[in-house]
Design a binder for this molecule. Structure first.
Ligand SMILES: Cc1cc2nc3c(=O)[nH]c(=O)nc-3n(C[C@H](O)[C@H](O)[C@H](O)COP(=O)(O)O)c2cc1C
Length: 380
């Protein structure tokens, strides 16, 4: 087992180990990276109002997501190209999620076939493990997209996560400078069979930006959510919602859950921190849909805050990549252990011994605490 002090310290350690092109790809955001910084900063503006003298001798951190038990309300966010961090790539991160008793979301842009990832997860999982979900991008080539969905179902994935915040890729200047591409031996593995497996370093700009611009569908709309629902029997989770009105639209389109996400600050720079966007969406559709959130979750107290504001669970992106880079499967596993330990401690100190006991009145924005002015504490 790898000893990790906390998740923030991991990024620096991974930076010493990863080639600069991979580190920049994993860590970077779009444009000025305002939203990237804001995702973490916004958690720092939320205050916890703990209950005292509550028996916390037994703390239960398990919950359910889409009807399946997860050992804690922390899932693996879909992230591309785990092969840049470790030769075991997505096999390692899937096994780590299985060991932690939670859901692994495999990206369309993985370096490993979905048909290999699901059995690796299942072999590492205990009985009743919640399984693998598949994150889908819509390709212009609908026949290929459909064939991919059929493979994902046949492979045993339990939900489709449709990412809706990337009709084009955000402008990631670090990747442009590095002429980001996949090194020899790595491909967009799931798409090799469909003719879209290559992502090489271009003469200029980012190879990923070029790939997305040529392959993915800029015409995607709500109609396509209905199209997808018509070709799959899997529940659909829409990822990338930031407005209550879009939450409502997703509900009307028949989706099973939402992920409030800004793609880790990698798409439109200047959008709010996801934890600030969460509450109005929960108010609109939280009674009808499970609402998850990702972006900037780095502490057990962040998980507690997200749940208090109405999230069913959170997803974690970059820290798992740092763990993977540092120690493969054990490194990613250690990330879950740190979050689990911190969450349990936060629950004990807050007087909430079960996930169900975490309620809206557990948190306040810092500026709502008497004596602090909004101007003093508002975001810059
Ligand atoms: C390196 C990297 C690759 C990503 N690739 C994808 C992807 O392929 N599909 C997707 O829906 N989201 C992708 N995301 C976004 C994540 O799913 C998630 O929204 C974000 O990482 C959460 O923020 P965090 O990294 O601060 O935890 C990626 C994020 C990173 C950092």
């Amino acid at each position: 087992m790898i000893a990790i002090p906390n998740l923030r310290a991991l990024q620096g350690l991974a930076g010493e180990k990863l080639p600069p092109m991979a580190f920049d790809y994993y860590s970077g955001g779009a444009d000025d990276e305002i939203t990237l910084r804001e995702n973490e900063a916004a958690y720092g503006r939320i205050r916890i109002l703990p209950h005292m003298l509550v028996d916390v001798s037994v703390v239960e951190r398990h919950t359910t997501v889409l009807g399946r038990r997860v050992a804690m309300p922390v899932l693996a966010a879909p992230t591309a190209f785990h092969g840049l961090a470790h030769p075991d790539g997505e096999l390692a991160t899937a096994r780590a999620a299985a060991e932690a008793g939670t859901i692994f979301v495999l990206s369309t842009l993985s370096n490993t076939d979905v048909e290999a990832v699901v059995p690796a997860y299942d072999a590492a999982a205990g009985p009743g493990a919640p399984g693998v979900w598949f994150q889908l991008y819509l390709y212009k080539d609908r026949a290929a997209t459909r064939a991919l969905v059929e493979r994902v179902e046949a492979a045993g994935c339990r939900a489709l996560v449709l990412t809706v915040d990337a009709p084009v890729i955000g402008r990631r200047e670090r990747d442009e400078k590095n002429r980001f591409g996949l090194p020899a031996g790595l491909t967009v593995r799931n798409m090799v069979a469909h003719g879209y497996g290559t992502l090489a370093s271009p003469d200029e700009g980012s190879g990923l930006a070029h790939y997305v611009a040529t392959m993915l569908d800029t015409s995607q709309s709500w109609k396509d959510v209905e199209w997808l629902a018509g070709i799959t029997r899997l529940p659909i989770v829409v990822k990338g919602i930031l407005r209550a009105s879009d939450g409502r639209r997703a509900k009307e389109a028949g989706v099973a859950a939402l992920v409030v996400s800004n793609h880790g600050g990698r798409q439109l720079d200047g959008v709010p921190a996801t934890i600030d966007a969460l509450e109005p969406i929960v108010a609109e559709v939280g009674a009808e849909l499970e609402v998850l959130v990702d972006g900037g979750v780095r502490r057990g107290t962040d998980v507690l805050k997200a749940l208090a504001l109405g999230a069913r669970a959170v997803l974690v992106g970059r820290p798992l990549l740092w763990g993977l880079a540092l120690g493969g499967q054990a490194g990613a596993r250690a990330v879950y252990s740190v979050l689990e330990r911190e969450l349990v401690q936060a629950m004990m100190l807050s007087g909430v011994p079960t996930i169900g006991a975490i309620r809206r009145d557990l948190v306040k924005q810092a500026w709502q605490i008497p004596g602090r002015s909004k101007a003093e504490l508002a975001p810059p």
